[in-house]
Write a protein that binds this ligand. Sequence first.
Ligand SMILES: [Zn+2]
Ligand SMILES: [Zn+2]
Length: 257
Amino acid sequence: MLKWFQADLHVHTCLSPCADLTMSPKRIVTKARDKKLDMIGITDHNSAENVEATIRAAQGKNITVLRGMEIASVEEAHVIALFDTAASVMKLQSIVYEHLTPGENKDGVFGEQIIANEFDEVERYNERLLIAATTMTLTEIVKKIHMLGGVTIASHIDRESFSIIGQLGFIPPDLELDAVEISSYARKDEILKQFPDVARFPMITASDAHFLDDIGMTTTSFLLAEPTIVEMRMAFMNQNGRKVEIGEQDEYQHYKH
Ligand SMILES: [Zn+2]
Ligand SMILES: [Zn+2]
């Protein structure tokens, strides 16, 4: 039996230096449930160290937390990776850490990078320069994500900064993305008019939440048998009745003008 799952696949936690300190595992889960979401993706910049705590915070709460990360490529374009298993996301994290521009985070400049537990307590701080880009190319990143069984979604392609189109002006024809994400304030038809090439990819929208109130601001609906990456991949390929549809964009009117 297939059913619709409302998803916000791009949510940052207090581990991302640019995210609000209130973006702690428990609060994120509570907010996501308030917004009637069935699935969220935890996608911090170049790290997945708050993923497991968020999964523990979501236990028994009738919501699925997908293990993710938002990786910055050497081209300074952001790409989202989502996985089912802790082993896969942790393996990707160690690869990303090996390729992260060396340096220490400056709390006062970029913001704190808090690793929290499921009770919203501070466990420790991540000292790496997570806001930096990696030395990996987009092609390398996509290949690694697929090797580890994940799906790859190009982040906020409509944005001028830190997006594939913003950085390169186009999506390389050989880049094997599973989907592309447009921002909460972007319109699918306008994007397709401007960049007709994008039509070859399934499209999602997500909040890219950095504040609690952003969560679920825009969502994507998935028709799946269960909320897993395998099922999501089928939806992206329109297989076996699985489907993906851009959800209601609550804030669209607000951003229109
Ligand atoms: Zn981004
Ligand atoms: Zn983001």
